[in-house]
Design a protein around this ligand. Structure first.
Ligand SMILES: CC(C)(COP(=O)(O)OP(=O)(O)OC[C@H]1O[C@@H](n2cnc3c(N)ncnc32)[C@H](O)[C@@H]1OP(=O)(O)O)[C@@H](O)C(=O)NCCC(=O)NCCS
Length: 143
């Protein structure tokens, strides 16, 4: 589908053969960062995304999304992404909606979207169940 090894500015993305998984390694720091699995649909659907707990909030999640936008472009999906944003077993305390929203994702659920925006604007951390599982999507305008 695409090259199994992609090197981008000190970061390697490895796609094990015959999988939809992308594992990130920071080669400058010699660390495993995390993994993302995707599916080709109308948009590139992010099935799961996990950054190792001790290195979260260092920009790696954003780099995964940049990679996903590129992959979506390569697969003829216009750089568009989709995700079901919600708590996962990888982190039961911090809903990821703000992360996606800061990247530029939107949602048709205007009620949840406005809640997310208020949390961002007022710099308030949501409680685990303040934000329900929500379909969010990213429309790439730099096609
Ligand atoms: C969600 C996740 C992938 C984000 O990865 P990350 O490397 O921590 O994110 P980044 O450092 O690139 O963050 C980018 C921005 O989003 C913010 N952000 C990241 N995760 C956030 C969260 N859970 N809540 C609020 N803000 C968050 C960061 O503070 C940063 O903001 P800034 O640009 O204002 O500095 C990571 O926290 C994770 O693996 N979480 C557990 C699994 C999970 O929830 N996956 C998503 C399932 S849909």
């Amino acid at each position: 589908m695409v090259k199994s090894l992609n090197r981008i500015q000190g970061i390697i993305f490895y796609n094990p053969p015959k999988t939809n998984l992308y594992r990130m390694f920071d080669i400058k720091k010699s660390i495993y960062v995390g993994e993302m699995s995707v599916a080709k649909r109308k948009d590139l659907y992010i099935e799961s995304l996990n950054v190792e707990p001790n290195i979260r909030r260092n920009g790696y999640g954003k780099r995964f999304l940049n990679f996903a936008v590129n992959l979506s472009n390569k697969l003829g999906l216009n750089g568009n992404l989709r995700v079901m944003a919600g708590l996962t077993a990888n982190d039961l305390l911090n809903p990821p909606h703000i992360f996606y929203r800061k990247y530029g994702f939107t949602s048709d659920n205007k009620e949840v979207l406005s809640k997310i925006d208020k949390f961002i604007e007022n710099q308030i951390k949501p409680e685990p169940y303040d934000l329900p599982i929500t379909v969010m999507y990213y429309v790439n305008n730099k096609k």
